[in-house]
Design a protein around this ligand. Structure first.
Ligand SMILES: Nc1nc2c(c(=O)[nH]1)N[C@H]1C(S)=C(S)[C@@H](COP(=O)(O)OP(=O)(O)OC[C@H]3O[C@@H](n4cnc5c(=O)[nH]c(N)nc54)[C@H](O)[C@@H]3O)O[C@H]1N2
Ligand SMILES: Nc1nc2c(c(=O)[nH]1)N[C@H]1C(S)=C(S)[C@@H](COP(=O)(O)OP(=O)(O)OC[C@H]3O[C@@H](n4cnc5c(=O)[nH]c(N)nc54)[C@H](O)[C@@H]3O)O[C@H]1N2
Ligand SMILES: [Mo]
Length: 678
């Protein structure tokens, strides 16, 4: 518990206002104020500690206390008594639960197959103290299989690393200096709301806005130009812009020669992409692509907000590379408000050392791609026998849901689910363990849009017997006799090790609860901040990417012609959930969005009960007929729970477990489906 910043009630000293920060998987990393009464949070709102939060937060996180104290909260350890997946449990003690896990770990280690143990974790707690810290130490020390954490941002990270060494992007607050803002494959109105007023301010000052998205998102509705591309075709559009830049003399050859390599190869590969060909592939009028190319050549400062929606398909890696190469080719760097913003999560890498909290290096045990978890559970040799799920809700969030659930159903698999809530994944647990919510444990948060670190101290009493990740993994290590005397377990010790003596960050956090990156106002790319590649150059056609991509880097792969399933399903973030987190607060039943033409062609009306299906599975939900999706595209929200559809399945029942061209990422937006009345 922290010191109260103010007492909100003169008559009741048990009511205090405490500061903390939001650790959810979102670029904005909001600073929060919590009103706490008798150890319970009764109100959660934004604060000004993070200037980017500016005192307001999204409606869903404001409602988080309803979830924390609501009926889906897990309050004590549970052991399965019913059939797998049925969700019937009996209450047990932590001592029994941890004892059982220890016995199973010891048995697998004694049999010589510690790789039969697999952690399954991702973005639930995006903080630095509850992820990649004591938990990683536990799995390394027991010799478990490793998880390739590829469900999100794998292609973009791979590309950002190879091209730019993950250099810091244009700060959101610098968008106001931009005269052209291109929002490419992202919907900040849902997925990072604090960028929206900054874009609005820039437009008031005369900036043009372009949105590239198969859906008419809120920003697309206001944009000067909206390119409603077919999903998976951004590569064609971006390459045709490159061709235009090179052919019209708008490419900044001086910059390309001095600061980059690989540009001649990019020029060669882009040359076949006329506007006409890009238009045919992407389903966007030639004139619109041409207008974007002309604006991009002529207007500066120009910034591209590079999103994640456009990475989640078979061309997602090459597409992201082609988009991120645009500012280099057009010479857009070197001015405030010019360049790109992708993820800023890498900017602390020189200062904080996650691995520093763990004594041993990562061992080369078997690596399992989480996007293929169903296949791994059903087919891997040696079989996975002990699955430890935490910070993740894989039954709902991973592709090829039917296969994932078949994997969970294996009688000889022992599944532990450690989560604050009884999620749809927890229903499959042999042991379900209650975790603290971020209101109840200490965290250190890092924004991946906003460039700051914040202390997020516990503000509330723990609910029931819930325990934080660091305590549970610390105790498992202890019980297995694997602890080292200098292991950092307590959050303040992990935090101290993480921060080391780096650049006064720890001091700033102690003093202010927040530490800003050294960029102050935000970096001017290629001036204040150079690529963090080994030679500090931009690599526009890196050999390793070229080898990895099945069609070579920038090689377009057509959508498989699948006449049985003419619609492409996308499943984007909504303002109701963060991935599946907070989904328990959503009461409305899910609806799939379809363009009026596609609905009419199927004789379907708004509000109809429909089935959306393909060869992998089906979802029974409602139909929303709307011009917010382009023809040929269906859209069903990301992050649904089983309760939101009539058959307990979500978009991931339809998403293939194919991998992206680069980084082994998920192809959520590459599902082919059809829709019919039910
Ligand atoms: N409220 C809320 N905020 C979130 C999240 C959330 O679930 N809810 N999730 C967080 C996480 S984990 C992440 S990774 C980010 C993701 O944030 P975003 O980058 O916004 O990603 P998505 O919501 O997946 O998709 C964004 C847009 O891409 C479009 N799109 C789909 N396919 C394509 C394509 O092929 N090309 C183009 N150009 N556009 C396409 C979709 O229609 C959608 O409007 O947001 C984070 N913030
Ligand atoms: N169809 C479709 N599916 C998608 C996407 C898509 O675009 N379309 N997007 C994908 C993306 S971008 C992402 S990032 C993934 C995210 O997928 P997941 O990583 O599964 O994220 P969440 O659904 O938020 O589930 C995180 C869980 O962690 C729990 N948790 C929170 N804090 C703690 C803690 O301190 N300790 C423990 N033990 N548990 C905690 C939460 O309660 C929650 O149940 O989903 C992916 N799934
Ligand atoms: Mo994500």
């Amino acid at each position: 518990m922290t010191e109260p910043v103010s007492s909100t009630s003169a008559t009741n000293p048990a009511v205090v206002t405490l500061t903390t920060a939001c650790p959810f998987d979102c670029p904005d990393a909001c600073s929060l104020e919590a009103r706490v009464e008798d150890g319970r949070v009764t109100k959660l709102d934004g604060s000004h500690v993070n200037p980017f939060t500016a005192g307001y937060i999204c409606a869903k996180v404001r409602r988080y206390p309803e979830a924390v104290y609501g009926p889906d909260r897990m309050t004590h350890p549970l052991r399965r008594v019913g059939a797998k997946g049925e969700g019937r449990f009996e209450r047990i003690s932590w001592d029994q639960a941890l004892g059982e896990i220890v016995e199973r770990v010891q048995a697998l280690r004694a049999k010589g197959v510690p790789e039969a143990i697999l952690p399954l974790c991702y973005g639930g707690s995006n903080g630095l103290l509850t992820h990649d810290a004591v938990d990683s130490r536990f799995f390394r020390r027991i010799g478990a299989s490793r998880l390739a954490r590829t469900v999100c941002a794998a292609p973009t990270r791979r590309v950002a690393t190879a091209l730019y060494g993950r250099m810091a992007g244009v700060a959101p607050q610098d968008f106001r200096h931009s005269r052209l803002i291109v929002v490419w494959g992202t919907n900040p109105s849902a997925s990072g709301i604090h960028l929206v007023p900054l874009i609005r301010d820039a437009r008031v000052a005369g900036a043009k806005l372009v949105v590239i998205d198969p859906r008419r998102t809120p920003l697309a509705k206001q944009a000067d130009l909206h390119l409603a591309v077919r999903p998976g075709t951004d590569l064609a559009v971006a390459l045709s812009i490159h061709r235009h830049l090179f052919r019209t003399g708008a490419a900044d050859l001086e910059f390309l020669r001095s600061a980059t390599d690989g540009w001649e190869e990019l020029e060669r590969r882009a040359d076949e992409w006329t506007f006409e060909r890009a238009a045919e592939v992407s389903g966007v009028p030639v004139a619109d692509i041409e207008r974007l190319a002309t604006w991009y050549a002529e207007i500066s400062p120009a910034v591209i907000r590079v999103g994640w929606g456009s990475e989640r398909n078979r061309n997602g890696g090459s597409a992201t590379a082609a988009v991120m190469a645009l500012p280099a080719v057009a010479g857009k760097f070197g001015v405030r408000g010019g360049g790109y913003l992708q993820s800023n999560s890498g900017i602390w890498n020189n200062e904080i050392d996650g691995a520093g909290t763990i004594a041993e290096p990562e061992a080369a045990t078997r690596l399992i791609n989480m996007n293929r978890i169903g296949e791994a559970l059903l087919e891997a040799e040696p079989p996975v026998e002990l699955l430890f799920i935490y910070n993740c809700n894989p039954a709902m969030t991973l592709p090829n849901q039917e296969k994932v659930l078949r994997g969970f159903a294996r009688e000889d698999l022992f599944t532990v689910v450690f989560d604050p809530f009884l999620t749809d994944s927890a229903l499959w647990a042999d042991l379900a363990l209650p975790a603290t919510s971020f209101l109840e444990h200490a965290e250190l948060t890092r924004g991946y849009g906003a460039m700051l670190l914040q202390d997020a101290p516990a503000v509330a009493d723990r609910v029931g017997e819930a325990r934080p990740n660091y305590e549970v993994f610390g105790e498992l290590i202890e019980r297995l006799g694997l602890a080292h005397p200098d292991d950092a377990v307590a959050p303040e010790d992990v935090r101290r090790k993480l921060l080391g003596s780096a650049n006064g960050i720890g001091e700033a956090l102690d003093r202010d609860g927040v530490a800003f990156s050294s960029f102050g106002q935000g970096p001017i790319q290629m001036m204040d901040e150079l690529p963090r590649t080994p030679d500090r150059k931009i690599h526009l056609c890196p050999a390793d990417l070229d080898r990895e991509a099945p069609g070579g880097l920038y090689g377009f792969r057509d959508n498989p012609s699948n006449p049985g399933f003419p619609l492409t399903l996308v499943s984007p973030a909504t303002n109701k959930t963060i991935s599946s987190s907070l989904g328990q607060l959503v009461k409305a039943k899910a609806a799939v969005d379809l363009h009026p033409d596609d609905a009419a062609a199927r004789g379907l009306e708004h509000g109809a009960e429909v089935r959306v299906w393909n060869e992998l599975g089906e979802v029974h939900c409602l139909l929303r007929v709307t011009t917010e999706v382009r023809p040929g595209v269906a859209s069903l929200a990301k992050g649904l729970w089983a309760r939101h559809t009539a058959n307990g399945r979500t978009a991931n029942a339809l998403a293939p477990d194919d991998l992206t061209d680069l980084g082994g990422g998920a192809c959520f937006n590459d599902a082919r489906v059809d829709v019919a009345a039910r």
